[in-house]
Design a protein around this ligand. Structure first.
Ligand code: GAL
Length: 497
């Protein structure tokens, strides 16, 4: 009798745990066709500084991330660097093996500008750096994998920082010259280009809040200047591609924007939040009217006047540049990880001035949302579906590629939470497609565990684990790799995990 009681008791405790687990894992309801379109593409992403290592090999010059990790080690949680990282520079074949196992159609990786031009300028052109990426591109294509190349993923050549980096308008010309070098060398084989990765984030963190290199404390002023120059640099590269390369290369050029959806019952609040985030770059590029969103232009000008300034802190985007920028992208890359509820700020946020102060919204997370290991990462798949619908409605259904989406944990191979994240977010993408959104591809961040910026190696996003303590840096698939492969093979989202 006692035994029966104990069995029942243990059974009920276990089922309660499962029930609790089910309630807390992230999920998203399916709507419509259960299959992705046959031409939908699936990929994985990485970035040079996070995986390559070989920081000073074969003529590579230092980047601002080399300087940051070497000279400000306390800024990185575990005081590590990307000097060796996953050593992909020497071990690309191991990455290729993983890509083939996954059966992805696309691999998104970034080129280290200071491998191509060690000082950032054409005068320092480095053939060995150019050859390295030729090898990567050729091997991918020989294995039926399309390269998607990001030109700039945070690692600005250090020499260019000495002249102010992205705060100097000269950066536009430097970037165009570098991009032209890439088109000339790789454009015969690369058909998908991403100019800049997450300009809002690197400007805000690097030129506003000073917690990323180059650590400039210019909130609400220099970060806006960085965004303005980034937008112009992107558009100038797009125009060069169209006028000089498109006719023979036939590729597409886009930009990867960091995004989150802002949830609220009040549509005016949602709109305000979206314009201050996604809209900063998306409005000038994809809206009918062009230029920065009206609400930003008006409010930031008004705030600037109140502060006693003679000019708005948000540079004017009128005339020539407005025209050059409008329509200057073949697709929008969306890096989507999470969302927040938003309400009007109860008390002023951030420093005066700052983007937070101008933004004037409080962001709130829901205690029901499950969390990744990264502090900011809550699982909100409904935000993914909503942002895609927002883009459909606001930007004339421009072509979208999810250029990043991923989940962080401590690195367990049995990564069920990552599978739930992947499953629910791909369901959200599929629902959006079923609802007429023009989403053409999905790219998971990341292929392998890597150097996660200020979190060093303490936080892992990979589908493959990397043995960081071994010189051979062996890659091992996690359970999520197998699940993602099944999605790719079936073009649908398996229920059984
Ligand atoms: C993005 C970034 C990636 C990666 C990811 C996860 O902001 O583009 O490099 O680190 O976040 O945090």
């Amino acid at each position: 009798m006692l035994l029966v009681f104990l069995i029942l008791l243990v059974g009920s405790v276990i089922s309660q745990c499962i029930a609790t687990k089910d309630q807390t894992t992230c999920s998203h309801p399916a709507k419509g066709n259960p299959k992705f379109p046959s031409n939908f593409t699936f990929g994985v992403a990485t970035a040079a500084y996070q995986i390559e290592g070989a920081w000073n090999i074969d003529g590579k010059g230092p980047s601002i991330w080399d300087d940051f990790t070497h000279n400000y080690p306390h800024m990185i949680d575990d005081r590590t660097t990307g000097d060796i990282a996953a050593d992909s520079y020497h071990r690309f074949n191991q990455d290729l093996k993983a890509l083939k196992e996954l059966k992805v159609t696309h691999y998104r990786f970034s080129i280290s500008w200071s491998r191509i031009y060690p000082t950032g300028d054409i005068s320092s052109r480095n053939q060995k750096g150019i050859d390295y990426y030729n090898g990567v591109i050729d091997k991918l294509l020989a294995n039926g994998i399309q390269p998607m190349v990001t030109m700039f993923h945070f690692d600005l050549p250090f020499e260019l920082q000495k002249i102010g980096g992205l705060a100097n308008p000269l950066i536009i010309n430097y970037f165009v010259t570098y991009a032209t070098e890439l088109f000339e060398n790789y454009g015969d084989r690369v058909k998908s280009w991403v100019t800049l990765n997450e300009p809002l984030l690197y400007c805000k963190s690097g030129y506003g809040e000073a917690n990323y290199p180059p650590q400039i404390e210019g909130a609400g002023i220099i970060d806006y200047l960085c965004m303005d120059h980034s937008l112009k640099a992107h558009a100038a590269v797009y125009r060069v591609y169209k006028s000089r390369f498109y006719n023979r290369q036939h590729g597409k050029v886009g930009i990867a924007l960091d995004s989150q959806f802002s949830l609220s019952n009040d549509s005016a609040v949602v709109n305000r939040a979206m314009q201050y985030n996604l809209g900063f770059f998306a409005h000038p590029l994809f809206s009918k009217s062009g230029g920065y969103p009206k609400i930003l232009v008006e409010e930031i000008a008004e705030n600037s006047l109140k502060e006693g300034r003679i000019e708005s802190r948000l540079p004017d985007l009128s005339g020539k540049w407005k025209h050059i920028i409008k329509g200057a992208a073949d697709f929008v890359g969306i890096n989507y990880y999470t969302s927040r509820y938003v309400v009007r700020a109860k008390t002023p946020n951030g420093k005066n001035p700052s983007l937070e102060r101008d933004y004037d919204l409080d962001e709130i997370s829901d205690p029901k949302w499950t969390r990744g290991l990264s502090r900011w990462l809550y699982c909100v798949p409904e935000g993914m579906e909503s942002i895609l619908k927002f883009i459909r409605d606001e930007y004339d259904n421009v072509e979208v590629i999810i250029t990043e989406n991923g989940y962080s944990d401590k690195g367990d191979l049995n990564d069920l939470d990552r599978i739930h994240y992947l499953k629910s977010h791909l369901q959200a993408v599929l629902n959006a497609i079923n609802d007429g959104c023009n989403v053409r591809g999905y790219i998971y961040w990341s292929l392998i565990d890597n150097f996660e910026w200020q979190r060093g190696y303490s936080v892992k996003f990979g589908l493959y684990s990397v043995n960081m303590s071994s010189p051979a840096k062996e890659r091992t698939p996690k359970k999520s790799a197998e699940y993602y492969r099944r999605i790719i093979e079936t073009h649908s989202i398996p229920d059984d995990i």
